[in-house]
Design a protein around this ligand. Structure first.
Ligand code: VTB
Ligand code: MG
Ligand code: MG
Length: 348
């Protein structure tokens, strides 16, 4: 079987993995218990991952082994987890980045854009990024290669407006609503561009920025590095672009500094993961260098593109985005999980 065929089979298995993670966390929607929501997604995702015909390795997951009992970085997952990569009977060797519930607060409050998500690639196809902050600039295909994360905001928005053939005042930029973005928000406002402040979820905002018709044209600002790698995997499938840079403690707002480790510790961790220059700019292909990328996400709560999990008496319905680079496909998958037996009526 060609690598392409093996990977396209895997994509359907991964679809199931994100669907079940979304379903289990969606049951906890609005309970106000974000840890419980997260745990439901993690447990469901890990259980479903066991049945996937792969020799999988988590490269971005729930954290270090000593802190995360499940889907920890380095955990081997899938049916072929026990076999070595060069065993002739081995299943495809796959690196996986997961965020079983991206937007735990969104799920806990029933707010839009909570998602269950994973990306996979051949070994080495996804950057091993530590869980730290990352400054990001995300745009769609029309602006790919045209902006520069180091340029002033006004300059980038001017370029974005010409790429999208619209006035700067017609642009919408999505930014995480955090004190650390005070200056960024002021800079965007000064250009006349419009802003969508989000409470969480810069990954789903990045997907919106990359697709037409979503009403969002870029994502700017500091969010999580794991979400940055997942965004890069999505951008490879959507022809969008992410530019990013890791953010160390001394570059953070005082409020965020309390949440991160000392720089010496962080830099040592980055080095152990193969990141030698903590200050460089990472582009889409640096974050997700893989040729065979699979990106699977299921909406937990309603989103801009997808609908959240719906439960009804005899089943449930999920809405997912499933994308692969080889072959290059973008699938919107609406699944009815039928549980009511032979008399269940399926609604279209
Ligand atoms: C970021 C962002 C995520 O949480 O990780 C953010 O990338 C955490 O930032 O999409 P704070 O520490 O400021 O809360 C999300 O918004 C949700 O996981
Ligand atoms: Mg998470
Ligand atoms: Mg997350």
């Amino acid at each position: 079987m060609s690598t392409e065929t093996k990977f396209s089979h895997l994509s359907k298995e991964f679809l199931h993995v994100v669907e079940v993670a979304a379903i289990e966390s969606a049951r906890t929607m609005g309970l106000g218990q974000r840890k419980q929501s997260d745990r439901a997604a993690v447990e469901a995702m890990r259980e479903a991952m066991r049945a996937v015909r792969m020799n999988g390795r988590i490269v971005i997951g729930e954290g270090e082994r000593d802190k995360a009992p499940m889907l920890y970085i380095g955990e081997r997952v899938g049916m072929g987890a026990e076999l070595s990569d060069d065993d002739p009977n081995a299943f495809p060797a796959v690196d996986i980045a997961v965020d079983p519930l991206e937007g735990t607060n969104l799920c806990a409050t029933g707010a839009p854009n909570a998602i269950a998500v994973l990306a996979a690639a051949e070994r080495g196809g996804l950057l091993h990024a530590p869980d730290m902050y990352m400054n990001k600039l995300v745009v769609g295909p029309a602006a790919r290669g045209q902006l520069d994360i180091d340029a002033p905001v006004a300059e980038n928005l001017k370029r974005l407006s010409s790429c999208l053939r619209r006035a700067v005042t017609d642009l919408v930029i999505s930014v995480l609503d955090r004190p650390r973005h005070e200056r960024l928000i002021a800079d965007i406002r000064a250009t006349g561009a419009r802003i969508q402040l989000i409470s969480d979820g810069d990954l789903s905002a990045g997907i919106s920025a990359a697709v037409g018709g979503s009403g969002v044209h870029a994502v700017m600002g500091i969010g999580g590095a794991p979400e940055g790698v997942l965004t890069a995997a999505a951008m490879k499938c959507l022809n969008g672009e992410i530019q990013a840079r890791f953010v160390l403690k001394d570059q953070l707002h005082a409020e965020d500094q309390t949440k991160v480790a000392e720089d010496s510790e962080t830099i040592a961790r980055m080095q152990s993961m193969g990141i030698s220059d903590p200050t460089r700019v990472y582009r889409t292909d640096d974050l997700a260098p893989g040729k065979h990328i699979i990106f699977a996400m299921t909406a937990v709560t309603n989103g801009s593109v997808l609908r959240g999990v719906r439960f009804f008496g005899d089943g449930k319905r999920t809405s997912s985005l499933l994308m692969t680079t080889q072959p290059h496909t973008v699938r919107l998958v609406d699944t009815v999980h039928v549980e009511g037996g032979p008399n269940t009526v399926i609604r279209f």
